[in-house]
Ligand binder design. Structure first.
Ligand code: NDP
Length: 238
């Protein structure tokens, strides 16, 4: 059952045109939230939203490239004007899983590009949108990270991706600490190995399975955790 508080909640998902992001947006809409699907290519975002709207769900789409500050500012202005609130921000957009690179010889332009999407992207989004959450003392920020960015799990390989996701993990800790007591919970999640363009066909999990823990974190109760890193709804080491 969808209660009144849930049905008035607005959730924005980055990279929602495909993969795990689309499954997160769908899952939140199915739980009664209004899901804002953002995508670099607006026609792809609109196509994903149309599929959900056909099922009677409350969704809208907007262009967003998380590496472009003007695009981030435009999406924030749209959310404020059209909805006057934001309750959930899922920083899902991610890129540069550089399996062909090693740290010692990495092309630093790729490393820089990975940081721009995977760290500065969520950072831009938080700076632009958390002020809207603060207005009504409620927010759930979910940073879709990876075990590849955990000191506890990482080995050799994917240097741009892993180092940037480690940066996203630290951003999660910083924001959670700064926002403690404000009603805004900030957590990071590893979705597991998921069948998407990034994860490939051999991955064991469907996008819906990958979306489960992000959706759980996006809908945490007031006494839920903040500043944590989760997989399969359980805390994992950084
Ligand atoms: P996909 O490659 O299927 O999707 C990535 C999404 O991010 C796409 O919507 C893509 O948009 C978007 N994106 C990339 N760059 C930008 C940008 N600059 N601005 C806005 N959107 C952008 O990957 P997944 O669905 O698998 O990945 C989702 C998240 O999960 C990522 O953060 C990833 O690192 C993480 N993850 C995935 C795992 C897996 O096994 N699949 C494992 C661990 C973590 P476009 O279509 O325009 O390219």
């Amino acid at each position: 059952m969808v209660d009144a508080a849930t049905s008035s909640r607005v959730a924005l998902v980055t990279g929602a045109n495909r993969g795990i992001g689309r499954a997160i947006a769908a899952g939140l809409a199915e739980r009664g939230l209004t899901a804002l699907l953002t995508a670099r290519d607006p026609s792809q975002g609109e196509a994903a939203a149309a599929g959900l709207r056909d099922k009677g769900l409350s969704v809208a789409a907007h262009q967003l490239d998380v590496t472009d500050q003007a695009s981030v500012d435009r999406v924030a202005a749209w959310v404020e004007k059209a909805y006057g609130r934001l309750d959930v921000l899922v920083n899902n957009a991610g890129a540069y899983y550089d399996e062909d690179q090693a740290a010692l010889t990495a092309d630093l332009r790729i490393v820089q590009a990975a940081f721009d999407v995977n760290v500065l992207g969520p950072w831009r989004m938080c700076e632009a949108l958390i002020p809207l959450m603060r207005r009504h003392h409620y927010g759930r920020v979910v940073n879709v990270s990876s075990g590849s960015g955990a000191f506890a799990e990482a080995g050799a390989g994917t240097p741009a991706y892993s180092v940037s996701k480690a940066g996203l993990n630290m951003l999660t800790v910083k924001l959670a600490a700064e926002l403690r007591g404000t009603g805004i919970l900030v957590n990071a999640v590893c979705p597991g190995w998921v069948r998407t363009r990034m994860g490939g066909r051999a991955a064991p999990r469907s996008p819906e399975q990958g979306a489960d823990t992000p959706i759980w974190l996006a809908t945490l109760p007031a006494d839920g955790p903040t500043g944590g890193f989760f997989r399969d709804r359980r805390r994992i080491p950084w």
